[in-house]
Design a binder for this molecule. Structure first.
Ligand code: HEM
Length: 327
């Protein structure tokens, strides 16, 4: 069954790229679980409260839940492929795993709508969570990243996007959900901008001015074009956003990739950090350093509104709940 048919409605994982976004990652404090469960159940209502008055505002919020937090929040089965983010130590570059129990991925055409919804979320969670990262993102010129290249053009669309992103009957309890991997990258823009544009283009695998793809083995595009042994291309849906604070010299790309299984994004990350064939690593990493790395599961919309009960008291008393840096 393609994931696009007869699966419960997803959260807004398939929403288009917007002009503004806010990425909020928190850990759940001991004893904060019930407040989180209640907030998650009310999240769609809060989104309507803020967004309804601004029909063109495109406000959406996807909530993702990390591996360790899942067992603290819900009784019953867990998403089959949910696990902590896998740290990668390559020959030159390191994909770090950092704490993250909950991700809120807010999008809108205007930053004030993201801000307003995030404020309502935090009003409810203030005493229940610890914020580990809060990054507002913005679209930059014609959907360019801060390296100056158009980012997102090869994203799947329509049914192909749903098929790449939404869990289907391979995990029936969690159909309608999606896995999410996030990494916050900081760029060394001075070093990048010192390269000739032709060199930048060979590293990315696209022309800078007009975004035309280049046939360049070992480029970022090449390392992230992955196929199964039968030749089927495996895709993810990226909603990357630039962020930064020019006054502080901070320039970055917030990478966020949705996928039906984290395995696809993880293959891409291995190619980038550990290399593939004669390519030792993705040269984009010589100018871009990830400072976070987390994996979440964004359950179907109905799951959040009517979740299973909390884990039975004392569950895991013999075996404490898994706690790992990747959440
Ligand atoms: C510093 C962070 C990153 C930047 C600035 C960046 C930028 C880009 C750009 C400019 C493109 C070409 C246009 C497009 O198709 O979107 C691209 C393609 C792509 N990137 Fe990235 N990217 C980053 C990190 C990642 C990561 C961490 C992954 C996966 C784990 C990834 C996966 C992909 C994929 C799948 C494509 C499309 C390949 C194709 O043409 O089929 N990117 N990226």
């Amino acid at each position: 069954m393609p994931a696009s048919q007869a699966v419960p409605p997803t959260q807004s994982v398939l929403s288009p790229l917007t002009a503004s976004a806010l990425f909020l990652v928190v850990t759940v404090d001991d004893g904060g679980e019930e407040a989180v469960r209640e907030l998650l159940a009310d999240l769609a209502g809060l989104e309507r409260s803020v967004g309804f008055g601004y029909p063109g505002g495109g406000l959406s919020c996807v909530a993702g839940i990390g591996s360790a937090a899942w067992d603290r929040l819900f009784d019953g089965p867990r998403p089959a492929a949910l696990h902590p983010f896998t740290e990668l130590a390559g020959p030159r570059h390191h994909a770090v795993a950092t704490p993250g129990d909950l991700l809120f991925h807010l999008r809108a055409t205007r930053q004030d709508l993201c801000f307003a919804l995030a404020a309502l979320i935090m009003e409810r969670l203030r005493d229940a969570v610890t914020v580990v990262d809060e990054t507002p993102g913005f679209s930059y010129y014609d959907n360019r990243d801060l390296l100056g290249f158009v980012d997102g053009s090869e994203n799947p669309v329509g049914l192909a996007a749903a098929d790449a992103v939404v869990v289907g009957d391979e995990d029936p309890d969690f159909a309608g959900g999606a896995y999410v991997i996030t990494q916050k990258y900081l760029h060394d823009l001075a070093a990048w901008n010192a390269l000739p544009v032709e060199t930048q283009e060979l590293i990315v695998g696209r022309r800078k001015f007009d975004n035309v793809e280049l046939d360049q083995p070992g480029s970022h595009v090449d390392l992230n074009t992955i196929t199964d042994p039968d030749g089927t291309e495996r895709e993810i849906l990226r909603d990357n956003m630039p962020f930064g604070r020019p006054g502080s010299g901070e320039f970055g790309t917030y990478f966020i990739g949705y996928a039906r299984t984290p395995e696809v994004t993880e293959r891409m990350l291995r190619n980038m950090f550990l290399g593939s064939g004669p390519t030792s690593h993705d040269r984009i990493l010589d100018f871009s350093t990830p400072v976070t790395g987390s994996l979440f599961f964004a359950p179907a919309a109905g799951f959040l509104e009517d979740p299973p009960g909390p884990p039975a008291k004392g569950a895991g008393a013999d075996a404490p709940p898994e706690r790992s840096p990747g959440g």
